[in-house]
Design a protein around this ligand. Structure first.
Ligand code: SF4
Length: 308
């Protein structure tokens, strides 16, 4: 078992932070989860794969290659390389290939020009540097402007999908990052891709283009891919308020680092009741300071030892 103990040196307090966009999002959701995942680098031993995550990564890779001018067949091959076998009723290899096929058909006459794929960005705001990647930087000829395109697979379109765009700190960071790198960017297009929970047994003809696929149990079913691009913009005032919010979270994180104490997200939907899906629950129920906890062998492993 790896042993971990953070060295405490009161003479060198943490005063600045370099943090990825996803780590910052995690800290905002639950500080202690951020601590387990990004400070201690602890991962559950059974986190070998998650169907939606692996499916999404493979889809992203295929769409990245599309942005670089690769053919549908090449992108489908890249998808299969990363997602070689079906992992659940709604995440099958066939459904991924069908979604890609339909995406090509849906956006065949797209006028948007892809300028950059997976573009790395850094935003420096006083004591904090946030880094991440932009799925795509695109030129929109109709509006004669640049924008960010972010691929998002979703199980449902509708109100909940539209409501997630603003406020949304992650998208604000992308817009701000694009703005810093390219200047004058205020828009992000959420490139919604439907990955349905369940396949249809008897689809109605009017529902749109459909693909016959095999369910995970081998029975025939249908998938009806759907796509929706939703623009979301940030005004100069929105950007200012995002900046203030990020700075206040930065000071919180620095304080938690210096105090070596990480509050729990009590009553978080991530770790209570029927939403108890946080992989760190076993660590959080141990009644001790998080910095003293040695993860139970077998359940968790530390990715690397931290010496400073
Ligand atoms: S179990 Fe709850 S408090 Fe603990 S890390 Fe997960 S979300 Fe946070």
């Amino acid at each position: 078992m790896l042993y971990y103990k953070m060295k405490k040196n009161p003479n060198t307090p943490h005063t600045c932070l370099k943090i990825s966009n996803s780590a910052l999002e995690t800290a905002m959701t639950c500080p202690r989860k951020y601590y387990w995942k990004y400070e201690r680098k602890i991962v559950p031993t059974d986190s070998g794969g998650s169907a939606p995550l692996d499916f999404g990564i493979a889809l992203h890779r295929a769409l990245e290659l599309r942005g670089m001018g690769h053919s549908l067949k090449e992108c489908q091959a890249a998808f299969v390389e990363l997602f070689p076998r079906s992992l659940g009723p709604s995440h099958t290899v066939q459904s991924g290939l069908a979604i890609l096929d339909a995406y090509w058909a849906h956006y065949a006459s797209d006028t948007m020009e892809v300028l950059h794929n997976e573009y790395p960005f850094e935003v420096c705001l006083g004591p904090v540097t946030i880094f991440g990647r932009l799925d795509k930087v695109v030129y929109l000829p109709i509006l004669d402007k640049l924008a960010i395109l972010d691929h998002k697979s979703t199980t449902k379109f509708g109100r909940s999908f539209l409501d997630m765009h603003n406020p949304n700190s992650q998208f604000s960071t992308y817009i701000f990052g694009g703005d810093c790198e390219f200047g004058d960017i205020d828009t992000l297009l959420v490139d919604g891709i439907l990955v349905p929970y369940q396949y249809k047994r008897e689809p109605k003809d009017k529902e749109g283009q459909r693909y016959q696929v095999e369910s995970i149990d081998g029975s025939p079913a249908w998938i009806i891919p759907a796509f929706e691009r939703v623009p979301t913009t940030r005004s100069p005032k929105d950007k200012e308020s995002w900046k203030q919010n990020i700075l206040s979270w930065t000071y919180n994180i620095l304080k938690w680092q210096n105090d070596e104490f990480w509050p729990r997200a009590d009553r978080s939907y991530l770790c209570s009741g029927k939403w108890a899906n946080c992989p760190y629950r076993e660590l959080c129920i141990i009644p001790d300071q998080p910095c003293n906890i040695e993860p139970p062998a077998g359940l968790f492993k530390e990715k690397e030892r931290r010496d400073d």
